[in-house]
Design a protein around this ligand. Structure first.
Ligand code: FES
Ligand code: CO
Length: 349
């Protein structure tokens, strides 16, 4: 798992005043909304006896009180009250928990999980649809018993579409993937891929006029560390999914999807849009959960690659560079199967 990035850790709508536990990179965090509306993220581990702050309560204006012995922490992680201490006794300097920079963007709460100073942090991706009034968003999440990199690569893998999604948007009669070019930057890569659409049915067929197009252009890509984009250019509009693959542990991933569309933009169509996302994901789930080895190999030659796997190959190469720079985290408890051990570190010290 890659540290030093901004990670979307929760939907904004799920974060209220009440402390909430979220997990990312195998670590637990407590997140809550402060009186002024701003969101704070702390390590969920009280330094006293390891109580879970997410089970605690809010105290004073913006403090969080541990449920075990009531130590109170400020949003910057400093402990300011130890109820068991008689009056006048000081608070140890070490009584603090890690605090993480947090911002809200695109309907999500993002936390910076790393130890780089602000000016050296990789940028957050830009989702232009979010502020475009022509688009409407839906939010959907699930947990999958698979490693986040397997889950992530699956979304940029166009060649599985006719097989895994043959009954939804893939066309089993046209499995060829024409060669495509990958445009790559430091933190992202994308490609326009031509897919052959199946005959339209249901609601979607109502939108079609004229002959069925031979190809649909799908702009597919990844943004480090864990986001994949799927932009389907349908004849009647655009469907853009940003898919966040949050590593809960090495073998479990929370998938949070934000789906934008500029057709059927009424609220009434949200249910249908969510159902489609869920249906397609459920077609992927059994395949991705059964991939072996569970973790993405570190050795590029451990699996075979075709031209149509170019986006995944680009990802694996870039990931290797970051691993070489020490950006990889994963401890003993996180290791699964007989995968080469990488350095074990905590995200922030
Ligand atoms: Fe948190 Fe004791 S464990 S106050
Ligand atoms: Co799929």
């Amino acid at each position: 798992m890659l540290k030093n990035f901004w990670y979307a850790i929760e939907f904004s709508h799920a974060v209220e005043r009440r402390p909430r536990k979220v997990t990312c990179l195998g670590q637990d965090f407590v997140v809550w909304r402060r009186r002024g509306g701003q969101v704070s993220v702390l390590s969920d581990l009280c330094v006293h006896r390891g109580g879970a702050l997410s089970m605690g309560t809010l105290a004073g204006d913006d403090r969080i009180a541990c449920p075990y012995h009531g130590w109170e922490y400020e949003p910057d992680g400093t402990c300011v009250k130890i109820p068991a201490n008689p009056p006048g006794r000081g608070i140890p300097k070490k009584a603090r928990v890690d605090a993480y920079p947090a911002v809200e963007r695109y309907g999500l709460v993002w936390a910076y999980l790393g130890d780089l100073p602000e000016e050296r942090r990789p940028p957050m991706p830009h989702f232009p649809e979010h502020d475009d009034p022509a688009f409407r968003a839906v939010y959907w999440e699930t947990t999958i018993e698979a490693n986040y990199e397997r889950t992530m690569e699956n979304v940029v893998d166009a060649a599985h579409t006719p097989f895994v999604h043959g009954t939804s948007f893939g066309n089993p009669d046209k499995p060829e993937i024409p060669d495509f070019e990958v445009t790559q930057g430091e933190w992202q890569a994308e490609a326009d891929i031509l897919l052959s659409p199946p005959p339209p049915k249901g609601l979607w067929s109502l939108l079609r006029s004229g002959p069925r197009p031979e190809h649909v252009v799908v702009t597919n890509g990844w943004y480090l560390p864990n986001i994949v984009k799927l932009h389907v250019r349908l004849p009647f509009g655009d469907l853009i999914l940003y898919d966040h693959n949050i590593p809960l542990s090495q073998g479990r991933t929370q998938v949070k999807i934000v789906g934008y569309r500029n057709f059927f933009t009424g609220k009434w169509a949200d249910g249908n849009a969510i159902k489609r996302i869920a249906k397609i994901f459920e077609q992927d789930r059994p395949v991705v959960e059964s991939q072996r080895p569970e973790l993405l190999p570190f050795d590029l030659s451990a699996e075979l690659h075709l031209r149509s796997d170019a986006l995944q190959v680009a990802y694996r190469r870039r990931r290797q560079q970051l691993i070489d720079q020490g950006w990889w985290v994963g401890g003993d408890d996180l290791v699964m199967g007989d995968v080469p051990r990488r350095q074990a570190t905590v995200i922030a010290s």
